[in-house]
Write a protein that binds this ligand. Structure first.
Ligand code: AMP
Ligand code: GLY
Length: 331
């Protein structure tokens, strides 16, 4: 089978490395890929967001399966476009990817499904946002509603900081924000594969977000990660699946937006149990790198089963050895 991997990050390099080891694979293409990915796949100069060119490439090169790495093309509906053309896809529809694409959508879903998460208010104007601040003490969490590459969150510990964050956020037209209660505890990321009905836990990780050595500076999308997250004990993982992930999968299906792909739950392990911080509609970067180091099963087979709704009964093996990665970044 010919497979196209969409994306150009360290995450996609890790996926390419694993996909290339599958006995089910004939040719692996990557769009646009990167020099690391080029060691495992044929890179083609098509942007991850160029839906028409990706579809044409699949048709010309007999690609039957597409793995979408990053969130942007998912939120823009690449999976829908490919599925309409009869191509199997690992990655959720645009409707299901709202779990990452809109923080307000996810918070409202949590409320409808009774999923534990931080208390919140959705706001669409600076005035409403200022008023909402009174609902919560300090620190208070301020989030832009849409995709922000890990940089859309401010944790304000003073009224001045909150005001500055809100003014910046509502600088342009059409801005939306979520103001949230501040949760305390240890954070962990839980990955779950789902075909919309069945699901399979797919490992845990913790990432290191601050830009500087010594845990200083602003948040990034992630400067390093390790797996497994030992704080997420088997009992806590089961609790998170039962009270958060399973309810989400069921609710999304019930509301006509079945979620297919990997669901990445960012969890806060609070004294009252796990609470959802956020969902991502794809693997984490750099969490994917450490998951792939530990994965012992055939990645292509399990991704295909996910895409084709055949996940029930599948098992997956991970090494008990921990894995760790550090991002080396240009200034
Ligand atoms: P996010 O972009 O939603 O992953 O948020 C980035 C980071 O902000 C998270 O990894 C948490 O460390 C922190 N954060 C987000 N929401 C909350 C919250 N309600 N309480 C405490 N910390 C939060
Ligand atoms: N490392 C965090 C993320 O991929 O969202």
């Amino acid at each position: 089978m010919n497979v196209l991997l969409v994306g150009s990050g360290g995450r996609e390099h890790a996926l390419a490395w694993r996909l290339a080891q599958s006995p089910l694979l004939d040719r692996l293409y990557a769009a646009p890929g990167n020099p690391g990915i080029a060691e495992h796949a044929e890179c083609v100069a098509i942007a991850a967001t160029d839906q028409a060119a990706l579809l044409a490439f699949c048709r010309e090169h007999d690609v039957r399966f597409v793995v979408v790495g990053p969130e942007q093309p998912l939120v823009e509906g690449l999976s829908d476009r490919l599925r309409e053309a009869g191509i199997a896809v690992f990655g959720p529809s645009a409707a299901a990817a709202q779990l990452e694409g809109s923080k307000g959508f996810t918070k409202d879903l949590c409320q409808r499904a009774n999923i534990p998460t931080a208390g919140y208010v959705r706001v669409t104007s600076l005035e409403a946002a200022r008023n909402a601040l009174g609902t919560f003490g300090l620190p208070v969490v301020i989030k832009a509603d849409g995709l922000a590459a890990g940089k859309g969150v401010t944790i304000a510990s003073s009224p001045e900081e909150a005001e500055a964050a809100l003014v910046a956020l509502f600088d342009g037209p059409g801005a939306e924000a979520v103001i949230e209660e501040f949760l305390t505890g240890e954070e962990a990321s839980l990955f779950v594969l789902t075909d919309g009905t069945s699901y399979l836990p797919f490992g845990s990780a913790q990432d290191h977000k601050r830009v500087g050595d010594g845990d200083v500076g602003p948040n990034t999308g992630g400067m390093g990660a390790y797996s497994p997250a030992r704080v997420l004990t088997p009992e806590l993982e089961q609790l998170a699946i039962d009270t958060i992930v399973r309810l989400t999968i069921e609710k999304m299906a019930e509301e006509g937006m079945p979620y297919s792909g990997v669901l990445y739950a960012g969890l806060m392990l609070t004294p009252l149990g796990p609470k959802l911080i956020e969902y991502n509609a794809r693997f984490g970067d750099p969490e994917c790198q450490v998951l792939m180091m530990r994965l012992e099963s055939d990645l292509l087979e399990i991704m295909l089963a996910t895409a084709e709704g055949r996940l029930a009964g599948h098992k997956v093996r991970f090494s008990d050895d921990p894995a760790l990665t550090v991002v080396v970044a240009a200034r």
